[in-house]
Design a binder for this molecule. Structure first.
Ligand code: PLP
Length: 390
């Protein structure tokens, strides 16, 4: 393998770069997870996570990836044969639907144009058509397409329709990236993973659970053991876990939460939104197409870029990795080979973004992908428009 000097550019839409502060926090010695020091840590973490999820209610943390959180949401709240509604938002919505199917749920998958955010009328119409739906599974930011859905509007439309279905939201690539309010938006389960906006390595799944979802979990009949919220909550109240938790990742989580508080959530959202705008300006400058049709729905976490017909997005990614030591996101599912994704979430500053965009522009040239020069310039203009701040 070629030797690369300097730091690798990990510009995926997750895992994201783990800040040195978080890495250092995780390198502390592991402690007794049944001791008093750990107990205090659990309480602090749950309180901190509640602020990020914007909830006053239950938060649960499991050692797992985001897919584990999908499973925990389903297994805790539903019974065999229960009907759930999913839309063809993209690769991750499809995966969540697949898991629901494996649990023996009656999964109703409705078509959707994955280049657009899910529209509230489509949700209410599908609920009316499908009747006894127990839960609607919505991906807030479909990381595979770089399209964000207005979850607040969906929650409002569902409440106004009077349909009793619960609203489950995948916030794996939106929590701590873009505004999300679990309580205010009427979400029943919001779930996420550690490796994106929370700036940790992969390995923690976190869920905010509404009182209604908690009530549903008392009646739900799907088999579950490891994921059981009742056990988890009872232990958490005492500051512990019903199993050995991922102690060192939890140290990292505490540091990451401290960083988010220092910056302030609103500033975190503004920074992500600015970097997304600068990235879109670069894509336009190259004369290429952003996969999201509407700029206001284009994700703050990642920009999916269409490569011109006859060119392979994965060949471009490979060249950029080989020459410039930068990892970009691959096209997933239906858009494999047609898009590459530029991650701009997590611990990132304007200069890391500019390095990323310069790497893409040089890569486009070397790979012979037809494009115009000047994307990097366009991004710099956006970044400096307001004196360099969001
Ligand atoms: N949901 C979304 C929106 C994601 O982006 C991902 C992973 O990228 C997942 C779910 C699955 O998470 P994991 O790969 O951590 O299991």
């Amino acid at each position: 393998m070629t030797y690369h000097s300097g730091r690798h550019f990990l510009q995926l839409p997750g895992p994201t770069n783990t800040p040195d502060r978080v890495l250092r926090a995780m390198s502390k010695p592991t402690i007794d997870h049944r001791g008093p020091e750990f107990q205090e840590l659990t309480w602090r973490l749950l309180e901190g996570l509640r602020r990020v999820f914007r909830t006053e209610h239950t938060v649960v943390v499991h050692p797992a990836s985001g897919s584990g959180a999908w499973e925990a949401a389903i297994a805790n709240t539903l019974s065999p044969g229960d009907r759930v509604l999913v839309f063809k938002q993209g690769f991750f919505a499809d995966k969540w639907a697949e898991i629901a199917g494996r649990f023996g749920l009656d999964v109703r998958v409705h078509p959707w144009d994955m280049r657009e955010g899910l529209a509230p009328p489509a949700v209410t119409a599908a609920l009316e058509e499908e009747g006894d739906v127990k839960a609607v599974l919505v991906v807030h930011n479909e990381t595979s397409t770089g399209v964000t859905t207005d979850v607040e509007a969906i929650g409002r439309a569902m409440r106004e329709s009077g349909h009793p279905a619960m609203l489950f939201v995948d916030a794996v690539s939106s929590l701590a990236v873009t505004d999300l309010r679990h309580d205010e938006w009427g979400i029943d389960v919001t779930l996420t993973g550690s490796q994106k906006g929370l700036m940790l390595p992969p390995g923690l799944a976190m869920l905010a659970v509404s009182p209604r979802a908690l009530e549903a979990s008392a009646r739900a009949e799907l088999p579950r053991s490891y994921w059981r919220w009742d056990d988890q909550i009872a232990f958490n109240e005492r500051g512990f876990f019903p199993y050995t938790p991922a102690t060192n990742l939890l140290y990292g989580l505490e540091e990451a939460l401290a960083m988010l508080e220092e910056e302030g959530l609103e500033a975190v959202f503004a920074r992500h939104s600015l970097f997304a705008r600068a990235t879109r300006a670069a894509v336009e400058g190259w004369g290429l197409e952003v996969f999201a049709t509407r700029p206001e729905e284009s994700s703050a976490a990642a920009t999916a870029v269409l490569v011109p017909d006859g060119h392979d997005a994965d060949a471009l990614r490979k060249l950029i990795l080989d020459r410039f030591d930068m990892s970009l996101g691959t096209g997933l599912g239906a858009v494999k080979g047609r898009v590459f994704r530029i991650g701009h979430l997590g611990d990132l500053n304007a200069l890391s973004l500019m390095g990323t965009l310069a790497g893409v522009e040089m890569g486009l040239g070397l790979a012979g992908v037809p494009h115009e020069r000047g994307g990097v310039d366009a991004a710099m203009r956006v970044l400096t428009e307001n004196g360099g701040a969001p």
